[in-house]
Design a protein around this ligand. Structure first.
Ligand code: MN
Length: 254
């Protein structure tokens, strides 16, 4: 199948600035018509991402401070706060309680609370949120600091339980799903299927691989196909629904 059968494609979480040629990665999204949310791992990276994205129809730049970098760069929350009024999209932010990052977990919680509180005050943000080994506490913090009327969260690579998925839905969250999530552990995926009305697609490129090389936004059609087979629908139908979900999400945060 070719990508033009599932139009529009949506890659709601991709690190375009981590490809060898950032400007070309942005230009390719534009040529191929893939709506791409270019996430950043530090606010210092946001201005250049914003500059490149601003000249496109299909790319948007999200303002992030990655939980895996909080140990060294937690102080950059000041710059993050300063830049926040200039963007509607926030990410990559969240929590990571994996063994390599657990030492900074208390600091991560402080930074994430500040991110959520600032977004709630602005009331017009859409966030892409990381929750490795921290699904419950991420939901607790969204409930406490950024309840549904104040913003919208897209849970990226979410691995919570079926009960946590229901809770996230009640909190207004969406889920961005990538091809690796759909192929790696089929039974688990089937047991915690995200409601299709809350699903977006992502690559998390260049951290995932397609055909033995780093995934690019256009490769997101593989996630569309994975969702189509999971739900017993055609890929074009799933692609249309994801495009509609993106529109709904954007309308929910005026
Ligand atoms: Mn990421």
């Amino acid at each position: 199948m070719t990508s033009d059968k599932v139009c529009p494609l949506v890659d709601f979480h991709c690190h375009l600035d981590l490809y060898p040629d950032h400007a070309e990665a942005v230009a390719r999204c534009e040529r191929e018509g893939v709506f791409t949310l270019a996430v950043t791992t530090t606010p210092k990276a946001w201005p250049r991402n914003q500059e490149l994205a601003a000249a496109t129809r299909h790319v948007r730049a999200a303002l992030g401070l990655h939980p895996q970098l909080v140990a060294e760069r937690g102080h950059e929350i000041a710059l993050w706060r300063e830049l926040l009024p200039r963007t509607r999209y926030v990410g990559e932010v969240g929590l990571d309680a994996g063994p390599r990052f657990y030492r900074s977990f208390d600091r991560q919680k402080e930074v994430f609370a500040e991110v959520l509180t600032s977004c709630a005050a602005a009331s017009d943000k859409i966030l892409t949120v990381h929750s490795v080994r921290a699904t419950k506490i991420v939901l607790d913090m969204i409930e406490k600091y950024l309840p549904p009327p104040r913003g919208r969260v897209v849970l990226h690579w979410f691995t919570g339980t079926a009960a946590e998925i229901r809770r996230a839905v009640d909190l207004g969250c969406y889920f961005s799903v990538n091809a690796e999530m759909l192929t790696n552990e089929n039974r688990a995926v089937a047991n915690r299927t995200f409601p299709l009305g809350r699903v977006l697609t992502e690559t998390d490129g260049p951290f995932t691989r397609t055909a033995g090389r780093p995934s690019e936004p256009i490769d997101v059609w593989q996630a569309v196909e994975g969702l189509a087979s999971l739900h017993g629908l055609g890929a074009a139908e799933v692609g249309r629904r994801i495009g509609a979900n993106l529109k709904t999400l954007q309308d929910e945060v005026p």
